[in-house]
Design a protein around this ligand. Sequence first.
Ligand SMILES: Nc1nc2c(ncn2[C@@H]2O[C@H](COP(=O)(O)OP(=O)(O)OP(=O)(O)O)[C@@H](O)[C@H]2O)c(=O)[nH]1
Ligand SMILES: [Mg+2]
Length: 388
Amino acid sequence: MKEHLLVALALLGVLIIGGLSLVVPRLRRRPEPPLPETEVDTRVEEDLAGPPVEAPEAELTTGVEVEAPPIEVPEPTAGRLVRLRSRLSRSQNAFGKGLLGLLSRDRLDEDTWEEIEDSLITADVGIDSTREIVDRLRERTRVLGTRDVDELRTLLAAELVDALDPGLDRSLRTAPKAGVPAVVLVVGVNGAGKTTTCGKIARVLVADGRTVLLGAADTFRAAAADQLETWGGRVGAETVRGPEAADPASVAFDAVKRGIDVGVDTVLIDTAGRLQNKVGLMDELGKVKRVVEKHGPIDETLLVLDATTGQNGLEQARVFTEAVNVTGVVLTKLDGTAKGGIVIAVQRKLGIPVKLVGLGEGKDDLAPFDPAQFVDALLGTEPLGRDA
Ligand SMILES: Nc1nc2c(ncn2[C@@H]2O[C@H](COP(=O)(O)OP(=O)(O)OP(=O)(O)O)[C@@H](O)[C@H]2O)c(=O)[nH]1
Ligand SMILES: [Mg+2]
């Protein structure tokens, strides 16, 4: 009986140990499931974070601050308009020569004044501005009894400079305020030269010792962000971009946020110029503006206009001024048109100062606009002893 009891106890012991050996590992493994869960969570976050915008802080900061050897040092901006003068006068030569030829005629009769008017209109000065300029020139010529061709040229130059409103503030608001970067929004129709202009402005700022960040808010065209990044890369400026077809407003928002975080002086935002329709484009720009302004006001909104599109460009421009608060005009491709008078028409019609002019496809072919130097170049005359 006793033996039976011992055997039963032994069997019970084996059963208990066997049972425990099955249960304990499960109990031990129980804390494990959270691990794989955490791993999965992390991966999901990484997937969402996707774009390079979210790359580690240290790496990107380095990209902005350290000047690696291949980074270019753009040329200073002082005197650029003078340097690029030959470009301008090459395309304007006929215009300047024609005008001066007319002024040097023996008799300044009605026909001659009409011809002067015609050549100004042909140069895209616009009908209203042309009338004003010619009327005032006629009046001054009559009052002063001027016959000397040099004096006439000087009078004409003075009228053209006046028509360009030399008192307007043409400075670019690109300086940071209280440690917050200035934000510059660049808008315009497709092909006007927005991306190129963003790149050239970045170079100007870097040449002046500023730090710049570029925002690729043209998500309409896949190559647009690459194009901008190439410009930025040359001068060591970081480009914030979103995934393809991302919301432009959110890319612009991220760019400004990044600019604030890394402490650059200026954030330049490139936008798309083409959408399925004009209303869509304007809505999009309006949204970009509103969203960016969550960080604070936009300091400068530059409208890029292609000078070769002439008076048509003016109509397009008006639409932009209704969607965003344009503070300055960049007139590009002045090297490729004999219609430099468009500068006068643009300012007159839009009431917005032309701040910069594009004079070529080269990296530094962008100059601050100066009415007097511009008129000298337009007339193909020598600068009147002004500083570069
Ligand atoms: N000759 C000349 N060409 C220029 C000037 N500015 C820009 N371009 C050229 O114009 C073309 C269009 O320039 P982009 O900067 O790509 O124009 P965009 O407005 O960004 O165009 P989208 O992105 O398509 O809306 C390029 O081939 C530029 O090199 C200029 O001042 N002179
Ligand atoms: Mg572009």
